[in-house]
Design a protein around this ligand. Structure first.
Ligand code: PMP
Length: 318
């Protein structure tokens, strides 16, 4: 038996109806997630606060999960209330048995594959999806990293043209992350036919003359849950926001480049392909968005606690 990688403390996970330690969770090798990468995933932050944890922008994460599942014809195994209850159950198990401390931010990793069947490419009839949920501690980038910013490299985007689907078929993204790692960089910023798409696991934002720009929502990028959030935050901060295609030269001439994702929140890029971005320091737009992001977290936590107080059946927090 292959040894489990070091994931101590060992999380408690949900797999197909059971809540078990990770080392006891088993998937048959004929699972189509293993054989074909035929599955969908979702990653949502669970931010800790005095009253528990809030699944941040959870409705949007669940909507994206539902969209991705629908696009590949896998039935969604739960409705939103079902997913919420499941996450609460797994969080509680991790607090009780896996040392997940109160006050520790966490991440919910959800994966749904088409299920287990005799190997054959087309969808088999009558199989049950495999459903997996794992809750692990989330360690956000620290203040030093935010103050310094990160180095990125660039590469041609050679992935398929269904990047809007949050598929577990991530080999293209894995190769881009490895390219960054081999070049001592934090992330690879990709261009398709000379136009900016996204990172291997992040959306990319460009600032020029005070205007924040993002590539359009399309099948060429995954629409991060932070995409809509940053749109809102820029309005709140009075930052002009534009959606437009951007070529490589424009990205290289940016005053600021910013990455966003659930596990990074927002991070400033201070070097691209060994050249400084703008002045080579995190910029004012990044600073404003970071602060606004923290306020959004605090507001959501407060609303969730309020909601839970007003109606105890409404288990908004986890
Ligand atoms: N693009 C890709 C390819 C990603 O993997 C991610 C991270 N899930 C994102 C963008 C950002 O999405 P989110 O803000 O929902 O984390």
């Amino acid at each position: 038996m292959t040894a489990l990688p070091d994931v101590s403390p060992e999380p408690i996970v949900y797999l197909n109806g059971e809540v078990v330690p990770l080392s006891e969770a088993r998937v048959p090798v004929l699972d189509r997630g293993f054989i074909f990468g035929d599955g969908i995933y979702e990653v949502a932050p669970l931010y800790a606060h005095a009253g528990g944890r809030t699944a941040f922008r959870f409705e949007q994460h669940l909507a994206r999960l539902a969209r991705s599942l629908a696009k590949v014809g896998i039935a969604n195994p739960f409705d939103n209330a079902g997913w919420r209850a499941l996450i609460e159950r797994v969080v509680a198990a991790n607090e009780a048995e896996a040392g997940l401390a109160a006050g520790q931010d966490a991440i919910a990793y959800i994966q749904v594959t088409r299920g287990v069947a005799k190997r054959g490419h087309a969808f088999p009839a009558g199989i049950q999806p495999t459903v997996f949920l794992m809750v692990t501690p989330l360690n956000l980038p620290d203040a030093a990293l935010r103050a310094e910013g990160v180095r990125c490299v660039s590469a041609e985007d050679r992935r398929w043209l269904n990047c809007d689907i949050k598929s577990v078929s991530l080999l293209g993204n894995v190769l881009m992350a490895q390219y960054a790692a081999e070049n001592d960089a934090f992330e690879t910023i990709q261009f398709r036919d000379g136009m900016l798409t996204e990172g291997s696991s992040s959306n990319v934002w460009v600032v020029k003359d005070g205007v924040l720009s993002a590539p359009p929502r399309s099948q060429k990028i995954l629409e991060g849950i932070r995409y809509g959030l940053i749109e809102e935050l820029s309005a709140e901060c009075g930052i002009r926001f534009e959606v437009r295609e951007m070529n490589e030269a424009e990205v290289r001439a940016a005053d600021e480049i910013i990455l966003s994702s659930a596990t990074k929140e927002v991070l400033p890029v201070t070097q691209l392909d060994s050249q400084p971005v703008g002045e080579g320091k995190p910029g004012a737009v990044f600073a404003a968005l970071y602060d606004a992001y923290q306020r959004a977290k605090a507001n959501e936590a407060q609303e969730a606690q309020q909601g839970a107080k007003n109606d105890p059946r409404e288990r908004i927090t986890v």
